[in-house]
Write a new protein. Structure first.
Length: 223
């Protein structure tokens, strides 16, 4: 097993009979889905799941997991997802895919939100390696971009894979990919983005993760 699979395998051990489990999005989350399905098939584990994206729902269905829709739930027992960046104070950057609203909703609704990642995701500050994805109401994208530029941010609206049209998130919104000055810490960034009208949600997950499982060369430890 590579490190992403190993950490997902460990997280799948946390599933218990009767749980409603949130499924994240990405390659590490995919391994988690596979190992949950394996426990269901081999041990008769009885669980229901809710997916954070269409792609995860398709994966879960293909693996034989039972899915409920997000609009049927108020809370979930466990949410397991990957991250793009993880800081020592457990802040996360997520949402390289386009479903960060769903991801944050499930993280917020979860009794236990467990992040699974390999060591490459650990950074000193949010934005060290990746741009910050910010989902915006389509009509507001220029105003939001300008407002964030006043705070030193640089970036642009996200384009689709062919680079010939604007990318549209699952919720119908646009995404700004912005880089902020290094001296803007995760808490200030979170506050700025939360307080900017037109922003639907953003990729900074501040004080949401309670436990992070990290795999490094075949060994899993927790932060
Ligand atoms: C998707 C995410 C993913 O969790 C993040 O991009 C990590 O992906 P991977 O497990 O493939 O490295 O936030 O929106």
């Amino acid at each position: 097993m590579n490190d992403k699979e190993l950490v997902a395998f460990e997280a799948a051990k946390l599933a218990k009979n009767g749980m409603l489990i949130g499924l994240g999005t990405g390659s590490t989350a995919n391994y988690f889905i596979e190992h949950l399905a394996k426990r269901q098939a081999e041990e008769g584990l009885k669980i229901s799941t809710v997916a954070s994206s269409t792609i995860s729902a398709i994966k879960a269905q293909a693996c034989g997991l039972s899915l409920v829709s997000i609009n049927q739930i108020k809370q979930i027992d466990l949410y397991v997802d990957g991250a793009d960046e993880i800081t020592p104070n457990l802040s996360l950057l997520k949402g390289r895919g386009q479903d960060l609203v769903m991801e944050k909703l499930l993280a917020q609704a979860a009794h236990q939100f467990i992040v699974v990642a390999d060591k490459s995701k650990i950074v000193n500050f949010i934005g060290e390696k990746f741009i910050i994805p910010i989902e915006v109401i389509p009509n507001a994208w220029r105003i939001v971009k300008h407002h964030l530029e006043q705070h030193g941010a640089e970036g642009d609206i996200r384009l689709n894979a062919n680079q010939d049209n604007i990318a549209v998130a699952a919720s119908g919104n646009y995404v700004l990919d912005m880089r902020f000055p290094k001296n803007v810490d995760d808490q200030s960034l979170n506050t700025l983005l939360n307080n900017t009208s037109g922003v639907v949600e953003h990729g900074v997950f501040f004080q949401l993760a309670k436990k992070i499982l990290i795999a490094d060369q075949g060994i899993v430890s927790s932060m």
